[in-house]
Design a binder for this molecule. Structure first.
Ligand SMILES: C[S@@+](CC[C@H](N)C(=O)[O-])C[C@H]1O[C@@H](n2cnc3c(N)ncnc32)[C@H](O)[C@@H]1O
Length: 279
């Protein structure tokens, strides 16, 4: 089935059905978080990981990116390691492991002491189909902007010479942001709209990825979109979106969130779209 049948729609379905119906190389960016290690009881939970990963590879454009946000449960005193196993499987089926990024929560849920430090992050594995085609890096201020380095801190001109005749260039104003990204979870108004879903992304996290890996008009996908954060942000940023979730209740939250920011009421997300109902 053609992409246009699903574009700008929240589809209530098992994501595998929708992915198998999409053409090869249809998607520029996927930002998603799977239900992991039975940590939460999502309604209608079905999670065939291997098939989902293979379909993601098929439908991603050459140079396209998949952002896979995941963490591990601790069961019988050991972390499961599921996230690493999944990352290696993505590599096995052809994706590059472009980066292993960290989503650090500024307000992590306090944990009961279990002889370990409080967990405050999740992995954001960045998989690419070949070399990444779009990267609009987020820039941040350099801590020591303008500083002229006169020591051997960065450049060692000669092991024997004690004196330097040439200075290194002054430190630049901006640099590319690091790969640990920090967010407050669930407090902003735009994130409060997702109430009713147990584990929504912060909008800001999705915004940073959508801007980094796509350009306006590109297609952004979330096969397990829950409260619809990925489609909502993609729409806000002028990208096309496809959101899928197996739960009717979560799809309704997602549609409401998008409607709140919609400027074109004629878009198909205002209807209730299901795989069967899609043209
Ligand atoms: C971690 S949540 C995603 C939350 C989402 N990132 C957000 O911002 O709200 C995982 C979602 O996967 C959905 N899900 C589980 N199995 C699915 C499947 N086979 N197809 C589609 N959705 C599925 C669940 O209903 C749940 O909403």
């Amino acid at each position: 089935m053609s992409l246009e049948n699903y574009v700008n729609a929240i589809v209530e379905a098992n994501c595998l059905e929708v992915m198998s119906a999409l053409d090869e190389s249809a998607i520029d960016l996927t930002v998603t978080s799977p239900p992991y290690d039975d940590l939460r009881n999502y309604k209608g939970y079905v999670f065939p990981f291997v098939d989902i990963a293979r379909q993601l590879f098929r439908i991603t454009k050459p140079g396209g990116v998949v952002v896979w946000v995941v963490a591990d449960a601790t069961i019988d005193a050991t972390e499961t390691g599921t996230s690493f196993k999944q990352a290696l499987f993505f590599k096995e089926i052809g994706f590059n492991l472009h980066d292993t990024m960290i989503f650090r929560k500024k307000n992590p849920i306090p944990q009961i002491y279990r002889k370990r430090y409080n967990n405050e992050f999740e992995y954001m594995f960045i998989f690419s189909k070949g070399v990444v085609k779009t990267h609009n890096p987020i820039m941040v201020d350099c801590l020591h902007a303008g500083l002229e380095l006169n020591g051997t801190t960065y450049k060692n001109y000669s092991k024997n010479e004690q004196k330097r005749s040439k200075l290194a260039n002054p430190v630049g104003i901006k640099k590319i942001k690091g790969n640990i990204w920090e967010y407050v979870v669930g407090k902003k108004q735009e994130d409060q709209e997702a109430k009713g879903h147990p584990a929504p992304f912060p909008c800001e996290l999705v915004r940073d990825h959508v801007q980094s890996w796509t350009n306006p008009g590109d297609v952004v996908f979330d096969p397990m979109c829950g409260s619809g954060t990925t489609p909502r942000v993609a729409y806000e940023l002028g990208r096309r979106f496809i959101g899928v979730d197996i739960s009717h209740e979560y799809c309704e939250i997602a549609r409401d969130r998008i409607k709140r920011i919609a400027v074109q009421p004629a878009l198909s997300f205002s209807n209730r779209v299901s795989v069967e109902a899609a043209p």
